[in-house]
Design a protein around this ligand. Sequence first.
Ligand code: ADP
Ligand code: MG
Length: 250
Amino acid sequence: MIELSGVSKTYDGISVLSPVDLEIPIGKTTVLIGPSGCGKSTLLRLMIGLIRPDSGVVRFEGMDLTPENATQLRRKMGYVIQDGGLFPHLTAHDNVTIMARQLGWDAGRIASRLVELGDLTRFPVDGLGRYPTQLSGGQRQRVSLMRALMLEPDVVLLDEPLGALDPMIRSDLQAELRDIFRSLKKTVVMVTHDLGEAGFLGDSIVLLREGRIVQQGTISDLIHHPAEPFVTQFINAQRSLLTALGDANS
Ligand code: ADP
Ligand code: MG
């Protein structure tokens, strides 16, 4: 579905991504995980052609992504930006439908798509007239997801979609997201820094460190067959956090 060969990126002479090879399989959920600043968001932006690699090629559905076709191809990719990225001056309705209106969809088609998406994401119809600041964090995430899905993309890319939510809402939404991904049978690429979330949602997990892919596999592969000591360190760091929390609560 998406294929990166030898893709690298530098900012101001500093390497952010070493040459990366990665294949995102069709119909599966691939999760990118790793410490803050390791290049997860950069990798996602390269996949949708928002930024250009310094070397290498990004292919989407077999086609090289170029500055000329990026806008066209991006319509087949739904993108949920880190922190949601809703336009504050637009209502939920207008945020979700902005691209469809630009593309000249008729009102009936837009309305029926909105009903489908409201059902899918369990967003209340009476919330559509509200502005982002008038919605809860969970509702804003539902709106961001509806916006990403509006044009029926072939692939959905989500950058820490649940990062800003409190833990209770987060675990509810994780379960809902999994149901949504399964029912849509779409290709999903999701960024998280939470290993539990990665294991829960991801068919395949890509662990990054300092702009390099350390390992790709299932959560069980990472736990039982770590490619290098960092994998185990990363897993244990997240585990000890949980243990510390458990001790604090007992
Ligand atoms: P992650 O999403 O894994 O936290 P990012 O991909 O956002 O990491 O960033 C990777 C590195 O690239 C960081 O060191 C970040 O500061 C740097 N970086 C990201 N975007 C830019 C930019 N537009 N200009 C300069 N440096 C950037
Ligand atoms: Mg990021």
